[in-house]
Design a protein around this ligand. Structure first.
Ligand code: 28F
Length: 635
């Protein structure tokens, strides 16, 4: 009679269970490619992690052996070896050979369990050509081996150990008739073990690969757990607060642990875990955290008065630059979604929301500096969002009112609609503006007078810049909008000419305007649409005639040419001239001087603008001292 035949009826059930696993392995481990192969490792390792969570184990040693088998060893309590009351077999045999026998579902000792949705180690043994389990406890070393989930022999005592020694060691060789590959991937496994240690503060995992000529090994242990996890996730970013936000709360069997650290970037990185399974598709725990974040930061902003009445931060505003990890440990998680990595339990949203709200509020109160940093970031995001909306509205308004009535009132537009020969003069000061309107060619020349200095956009956020009336007038008059909505086909003039006085103020305004164009519509500079009107520097009066020259050299030449009694004066400014003179000197295409603005080197121009117009004073002073002799800085 063969061994199989003497199985009692009770064993049929056990065999049926494991047969089902071998028939449809994908149902239990997801797939039989390398993902399924790695799931077997995670299933065994999670049993050891459970021991750490139960407060017993502290170290797990994982080894890929030379023959390609995998060994996992922990210092937990050791699988039970006493007779199972029902099956009259050692408990270890039942755990390893009976489906869902891990007692992980009904035993309180396992408040929560990791694992591939907790299928248990029996699935791994069913899919292994050979598995050996070794337990150290009660001063003895117990061992039993299995093949495709069936014991090869009874549990044996194979030696003795220290009476305080305890733990479980499992070695298994996956069945190559089941798996498409037996080639464990070191990097994938190491990444998962690192993550497991981040999620279980204080747990140490040592991992070695003996297959190659050179042993490869890593070990992970993070006393700081999730706090170290967010810092590690932010290692390529610049955090805006050193101390991450951290809290851990327990509510009737569910534990939620959260760590958050903002960086000065714009993207959002929230990682969710349930029983150490990475819920890539998110779920109710992540929704609960997001809801709490938005509400608490809005309330905090309102309380600190940094939010104007009625101003509301949206979810995206408060999550700009966030790196967060939420790890939930709970009974009976329901997974949904394409890859079963989305938590579905509805009640978790409320539990996490209330836990996170209370903990976040306390944290912000206790750490006002962090609170301020986060508020500033969120407010800047709100302003940028509103500015972008305004820029879009600007374009929309102008397009909607394409008859030009959407244009700024100050603009004296030209009548020609043939863009290729139209020009927009942006003129410093109302008086010069008035004179220019009088002296211009109304057919082709539009005038937009500027009152005083425009904002230095180098030092202000897009939000602030675009909300300045003068700047939005210029943007509207030009017509292309800015940023993502920039469209050069919407340009309303072929030439945009900056006309300011030659004095210090005039130069400063010119620099501010060039900064604006360079930062907001650099495409116009690159396409050669931006010009600077060169105003005369001297006025030579002979009799009733006025002559204008633009520099010392011309002054000498013209004076010599005119000869006789001359009145030579510095050219005061655009406002000093009458319409005709302004026309002759700076607007008549036949006699005026225009300097086309070009960006010879964008990077250098970028540095020049940030140097000249930015916040760093010392480097600017050095630059000016160095370049004082150059009349113009060539951009
Ligand atoms: C390398 C893989 O599988 N370690 C394990 C234990 C410890 C206990 C246990 C496991 C409780 C009643 C179901 C011992 N003493 N490493 C492992 N370590 N299973 S698996 O118990 C099984 C459950 O039946 C254990 C007291 N409580 C739990």
């Amino acid at each position: 009679m063969s061994k199989e035949d003497n199985y009692a009826a009770k064993d049929i059930k056990v065999l049926e269970g494991l047969e089902a696993v071998r028939k449809r392995p994908g149902m239990y481990i997801g797939s039989t490619d390398k993902y399924g192969l790695h799931h077997c490792v995670y299933e065994v390792v999670d049993n050891s992690v459970d021991e750490h969570m139960a407060g017993v184990g502290s170290e797990i040693r994982i080894t890929i052996n030379k023959d390609g088998s995998m060994t996992v060893e922990d210092d937990g309590r050791g699988m039970p070896v006493d007779l199972h009351p029902v099956y009259k077999r050692p408990a270890i045999e039942i755990i390893v050979t009976k489906l869902h026998a891990g007692g992980k579902f009904d035993n309180k000792a396992y408040a929560v369990s990791g694992g591939l949705h907790g299928v248990g180690i029996s699935v791994v043994s069913a899919l292994s050509k050979k598995m050996t389990a070794e337990v150290r406890k009660n001063g003895k070393i117990y061992s039993q081996s299995y093949t495709i989930g069936v014991p090869i022999a009874d549990l044996k005592v194979i030696g003795s150990c220290g009476k305080d020694e305890h733990g479980t060691k499992v070695t298994f060789m996956p069945d190559d008739s089941i798996f498409t590959t037996l080639d464990f991937d070191y990097k994938t496994l190491a990444t998962r073990f690192r993550e497991t240690c981040f999620l279980n503060a204080g747990l140490k995992i040592s991992f070695s690969d003996l297959r190659g000529d050179k042993i490869r090994s890593d070990s992970f242990c993070y006393e700081g757990g999730l706090v170290e996890f967010v810092k590690w996730l932010n290692k390529t970013r610049k955090a805006i607060h050193q101390k991450p936000i951290y809290f851990k709360r327990e509510e009737n069997g569910t534990v939620a642990e959260v760590a958050i650290q903002y960086a000065d970037s714009y993207n959002e990185n929230i990682q969710g875990f349930v029983n150490t399974i990475n819920t890539i598709e998110g779920g109710t725990h992540v929704v609960g955290l997001k809801t709490a974040l938005t509400r608490v930061i809005n309330d905090y902003g309102a309380k600190k008065g940094s939010l104007k009445k009625g101003q509301k931060l949206m979810g995206n505003d408060v999550r700009e630059g966030i790196t967060a990890v939420i790890s939930v440990k709970m009974q009976d998680p329901q997974f949904e979604g394409q890859t079963k990595t989305k938590l579905g339990n509805g009640e978790i949203k409320g539990i996490v929301d209330s836990m996170a709200s209370a903990a976040l509020t306390d944290f912000l109160e206790e750490n006002p500096a962090v609170g301020k940093a986060i508020l500033n970031k969120a407010s800047a995001a709100l302003k940028a969002r509103e500015a972008a909306k305004r820029a879009k509205d600007l374009v929309r308004r102008k397009n909607a009112l394409s008859v030009g009535s959407g244009l700024p009132g100050k603009l004296a537009d030209c009548s020609s609609k043939k863009k290729e020969n139209t020009e927009l003069y942006i003129v410093e000061g109302d008086s010069a503006g008035g004179t220019a309107k009088g002296g211009r060619d109304r057919e082709t020349q539009a005038i937009l007078p500027l009152r005083g200095k425009i904002l230095n956009v180098e030092k202000s956020s897009p939000a602030r810049a675009l909300s300045s009336e003068m700047i939005s007038n210029m943007i509207t008059a030009i017509g292309t909008s800015v940023g993502d909505s920039f469209d050069i086909k919407k340009l309303r003039y072929n030439k945009i000419i900056i006309m300011t006085d030659a004095d210090v103020d005039g130069q400063h305004i010119k620099a501010l305007m060039l900064t604006l164009f360079f930062r907001y519509v650099p495409q116009l500079i690159e396409a050669g649409h931006i010009f600077v009107a060169v105003a005369p520097f001297y006025k030579i009066k002979k009799g009733t005639k006025d002559y204008y020259v633009y520099n010392n050299e011309e002054l000498e030449k013209k004076s010599a040419e005119l000869g006789g009694k001359l009145e030579i004066g510095r050219f005061k400014g655009l406002g000093e001239m009458n319409d005709e003179q302004l026309w002759d000197t700076t607007m008549n295409p036949k006699t005026r001087r225009l300097k086309q603005v070009s960006i010879s080197d964008a990077v250098e121009a970028d540095e020049t603008f940030s140097l000249l117009m930015g916040d760093a004073v010392a480097p600017r002073r050095a630059f000016i001292e160095e370049n004082a002799d150059k009349a113009e800085v060539d951009l």
